[in-house]
Design a protein around this ligand. Structure first.
Ligand code: ZN
Length: 113
C-alpha cells in the first residue's frame, strides 16, 4: 500500500476586485489591497483589506510602543489585547445599513505602494 504524504490542493482562481493591488500581493483565491498606514505617537497600524473566498477582512498589524520596564510592558500588552478585542466587537456591532449613507471614497482609494 502506498501512503500519500501530500494533500492535493485545488484552488479556484477568482477575479481581481476593484480595490485589490493586482500584483504579487494577490493569490489565486485571495486578493489584497495596498497597505493603509496610520502612524501615531510612536506606534503604527498597517491595515490591508483581504478577500478570501466569499468574505472580506481587514488584516491589521499594530506596533505599540511599550515601557522599558517589563511588568509595565506586560500590562500594556494585556491592555492592547483588551482594546483590540473591544475594537473587533465594536466594528462587528455596527449594522452595515448604518454605514451605507456614509461612503467615503478616500477610505477605499489605492495608496502608493
Ligand atoms: Zn487581486
Amino acid at each position: 500500500m502506498k501512503a500519500r504524504t501530500m494533500a492535493r490542493l485545488q484552488r479556484t482562481e477568482t477575479p481581481h476586485t476593484d480595490w485589490c493591488a493586482r500584483d504579487h500581493r494577490c493569490g489565486l483565491d485571495a486578493h489584497r489591497s495596498p497597505e493603509i498606514i496610520a502612524d501615531a505617537l510612536g506606534g503604527r497600524a498597517v491595515t490591508t483589506r483581504v478577500r478570501a473566498g466569499d468574505r472580506d477582512y481587514a488584516e491589521i498589524t499594530i506596533r505599540v510602543r511599550l515601557d522599558h520596564r517589563d511588568p509595565i510592558a506586560a500590562r500594556q500588552v494585556g491592555l492592547t489585547l483588551h482594546l483590540i478585542n473591544r475594537l473587533i466587537r465594536a466594528v462587528n456591532a455596527v449594522r452595515p445599513e448604518a454605514l451605507a449613507g456614509r461612503i467615503r471614497p478616500a477610505l477605499d482609494r489605492r495608496s502608493a505602494a
